[in-house]
Design a protein. Structure first.
Length: 114
């Protein structure tokens, strides 16, 4: 068994330039770790404060997708995409964009695509 007073291994001779680089590296890793932890905390705070809580007790914070009961498309029109605005609904077909009233489903405008 080795005596506790004896060194376990040989100490390495490190010149002052290498010691300075190691000190710089150690501080750099510590700073980067602190920045990453800070960034993670900022993301958590943003998620908590920016995303609304959706529950049945707070109707003002619920997200609603009120759509008309039905929308009649022109004959031969095949819907490709759907977009909802504040008071309108747009349906994109191969050749045009059809805009309807969101409350009633009445046709408002047709935009022809070229």
């Amino acid at each position: 068994m080795a005596d506790m007073d004896e060194p376990v291994g040989e100490l390495m001779d490190i010149d002052p330039a290498q010691a300075a680089h190691l000190t710089f590296l150690r501080r750099l890793v510590t700073a980067l770790t602190a920045v990453m932890i800070g960034g993670l905390l900022v993301l958590i705070v943003l998620f908590v404060t920016r995303f609304p809580t959706i529950s049945a007790t707070t109707p003002s914070k619920t997200i609603a997708f009120d759509l008309p009961a039905s929308i009649t498309l022109p004959d031969g029109a095949t819907p490709i995409a759907f977009t909802r605005g504040s008071d309108w609904v747009a349906i994109t077909t191969e050749t045009e964009i059809l805009i309807y009233d969101a409350a009633t489903g009445a046709h408002r405008q047709t935009v022809t695509l070229k």
